[in-house]
Design a protein. Structure first.
Length: 263
């Protein structure tokens, strides 16, 4: 895979060339910078469309495979699409003129019965969302609770289980198992965006995230506008995270001292 160094061009020819593949970049490998300020984050969109960041996002999307969105484009067709349209796509992102495609609705069975509705973005939108995630995660992740393990780099369910085993070994015997019903379907867009805006000052990035949240769900031949919720099916946002470990704590409601909640 060859990557042009020109900031205006990202190409991904179908063939592989020896010694031309850059080091993969992902959420895990992009360094966190705790010194970023809101003033510096005013140029975040430039970081999003940076060729190295886009190359990492491309690799991640292709590796994840996944079904096509409403335009029927597969991950195997993404390289040719970018070769032809990347310059235009980049220009639209920088100019705050990009609007996501509707999300294709899909229903899958749950392991314990029932169904879960997924929203499958187009491959192009999955690429852009992944590029956004790679830039935003180093900004937000350091503020997330140390007791939270879901949808975060270098963290896993296995680590959460190990933490719980440590509590049991210490003599604690009570376990409270909680599941927020349809949490991702009910995320309040305004509250979520207000939290994002505390650390992001680039209005283009904020508006693009809002557009992704509000992208219509395409089902029965028509797009249905969404006023709440984040679709499950694309790069997963850390929408359920809350800084300082205050998961689920009501505003103004003191929580009694408990062991850390593990998520």
């Amino acid at each position: 895979m060859k990557t042009e160094t020109d900031a205006n061009t990202v190409t991904h020819p179908e063939g592989q060339e020896q010694n031309s593949t850059p080091r993969p970049v992902s959420v895990e490998t992009i360094p966190a910078s705790l010194s970023w300020t809101k003033a510096e984050s005013a140029s975040l969109m430039e970081r999003v469309v940076d060729p190295v960041n886009m190359e990492g996002a491309y690799r991640k999307v292709v590796a994840n495979k996944g079904a096509p969105g409403v335009d029927s484009m597969t991950v195997h067709q993404l390289a040719g699409h970018l070769k032809q349209y990347w310059a235009t796509l980049r220009e639209r992102l920088l100019a705050d003129a990009y609007h996501p495609s509707p999300i294709r609705a899909a229903v899958i069975p749950k392991p314990k019965g029932g169904t879960r509705q997924l929203g499958i973005p187009t491959v192009t939108d999955r690429l852009i969302q992944q590029a956004l995630l790679q830039v935003l995660m180093p900004i937000f992740d350091p503020a997330f609770s140390a007791s939270s393990y879901g949808y975060r780099p270098r963290r896993s369910a296995k680590q959460a289980v190990s933490a719980m085993k440590a509590h049991v070994t210490a003599g604690h015997r009570w376990v409270v198992d909680l599941d927020l019903e349809a949490f991702f379907d009910r995320v309040n867009h305004d509250l979520l965006m207000a939290r994002v805006a505390r650390r992001v000052n680039d209005k283009r990035v904020l508006r693009l995230i809002r557009r992704y949240l509000e992208a219509g769900l395409f089902q029965h031949g028509l797009p249905t506008p969404r006023r709440q919720g984040t679709p499950q099916g694309g790069p997963q946002p850390a929408a359920g995270e809350h800084p300082s470990g205050r998961h689920g704590q009501g505003v103004g409601t003191p929580r009694p001292p408990l062991l850390p909640l593990r998520r």
